[in-house]
Design a protein around this ligand. Structure first.
Ligand code: SF4
Length: 421
């Protein structure tokens, strides 16, 4: 079977991602679908985003939304009034759960106490700030707008406005970055005591300024061994200060995990709106086109249609939606591989009993020999939890996680006799 019978959102509702594709300037390492110099589109974009949310709400019958994530791009370029309009549209089109987690990404440069108080007032209750590093020189290399001082001030402003759930994004493995600089950044952010920290290793993406500078020899290649030392240092330093390393790149104080991202890692249902946003719903993955200008036109075309509720998501239906550019039906085998791969990102790992309940087939049977091989190579281990045995990455497996994921994705799970196809 391709896709599932209905577009049921799952017992726990869906996650909603909103892509805000505007940035004041483009950072040197960034290949996200974001654009500088088109901020004059923002008012029209916000209206279109509301129209798109309303159309999806009608089509899906307004399911429960448990988490909302404003990402980008730079959602903090929106005014509190614009954000309030979007939040009101979400409330009017979906059932926003009373305890919903609502996150916005923010550039420290835009964060003032007043703006943050405005965001809080319209229902945002979590903020994620792109600090990246607390080293002056490296901030310049990355092309970030903010200064070291501004990062600290932004954190204080968000606190003063009343935010009690704050994430800071960091980057390591940068060209020119030393282990001491990374240690100083970790110590600096720890002094700010955010509830959550994300630390991503730099990947040199083709087409970015940083990639060009390295290729031309203006900057040294990032050193992979040094990056591994930085990862281990983060693990030690953050572990000693009470942060749980609950996902490969994420650390949390107790009870402050990012619920929105947990939906992704548990391979749950989510809807993405805005240009270049991805969705996973009703047995399909689908994505919108990248260009903001085109997206506005596509939303306008969709709004001329009277959207009615549909009880089944199908490929033809999805392809008939003007904003949808790509559709992929997820067959059961791909879903198994992705579920295993995503679960291994988490410290709770892959719950082997839950996997068997979900797919009617044991993981060892679906991926013959793969887990045993990875255990032998010291990449995964089996632990006992209250729910039963779980497969988790070892510290070595975390460092070599891409190898583990490639292995799972390249071995198409074996089909169980009589299973759903
Ligand atoms: S602010 Fe974020 S999204 Fe915008 S260019 Fe920089 S890294 Fe990319």
């Amino acid at each position: 079977m391709v896709g599932s019978d209905t577009m049921e959102a799952g017992a726990g509702g869906i996650a909603l991602y909103l892509h805000i594709p505007f940035c004041q300037t483009k950072c040197s390492y960034c290949d996200f679908n974001t654009y500088a110099g088109i901020n004059d589109l923002i008012p029209g974009f916000v209206r279109a985003l509301c129209g798109e949310i309303a159309q999806w709400g009608r089509l899906l019958g307004g399911p429960e939304v448990e988490t909302v994530f404003f990402g980008g791009g730079t959602p903090s370029l929106l005014s509190p009034e614009q954000l309030a309009l979007v939040m009101d549209t979400i409330r009017g089109s979906f059932r926003l759960s009373p305890g919903a987690e609502v996150t916005t990404e923010a550039n420290p440069e835009d964060v003032t106490r007043e703006r943050m108080a405005g965001f809080l007032a319209c229902g945002v209750n979590r903020v994620s700030m792109g600090v990246q590093t607390l080293d002056r020189g490296l901030l310049k290399v990355l092309g970030r707008r903010h200064t070291v001082e501004r990062a600290g001030e932004a954190m204080k402003a968000a606190r003063a406005a009343g935010f009690t759930s704050i994430n800071l994004d960091l980057m390591y493995g940068l060209s020119l970055q030393t282990l001491d600089q990374w240690r100083a950044t970790l110590q600096g952010v720890l002094a700010l005591r955010p509830e959550h920290l994300s630390a991503y290793c730099l990947t040199l993406e083709e087409g970015t300024a940083l990639h060009r500078w390295v290729r031309r020899g203006s900057l040294p290649e990032p050193d992979e061994d040094l990056a591994a030392d930085m990862y281990n240092l983060a693990e030690d330093v953050l572990g000693q200060t009470g942060y749980r390393h609950y996902e490969i790149s994420n650390w949390t104080l107790p009870g402050q995990e990012c619920r929105h991202n947990l939906v992704y890692w548990r391979n749950g249902p989510y809807l993405g709106v805005g240009p270049g946003a991805h969705s996973h719903l009703g047995g399909y993955r689908f994505a919108t086109g990248l260009s903001p200008h085109e997206h506005l036109r596509n939303v306008a075309a969709w709004e001329t249609r009277r959207q009615t509720r549909e009880s089944i998501l199908s490929e033809p239906l999805l392809k008939s939606i003007p904003t949808v550019a790509e559709v992929e039906a997820i067959d059961r085998r791909l879903e198994m591989a992705e579920t295993a791969m995503l679960a291994l990102r988490l410290d709770e790992g892959l719950d082997l009993g839950a996997f068997e309940d979900r797919f009617g087939q044991a993981a060892d049977d679906a991926f013959p020999g793969v887990f045993a091989e990875m255990r032998e190579a010291g990449l995964v281990d089996i632990t006992e939890s209250l729910d039963g045995p779980c497969c988790v990455l070892t510290p070595r497996g975390r460092l070599l996680s891409n190898e583990v994921f490639q292995r799972l994705l390249s071995v198409r799970p074996r089909q169980a006799v009589g299973g759903r196809g």
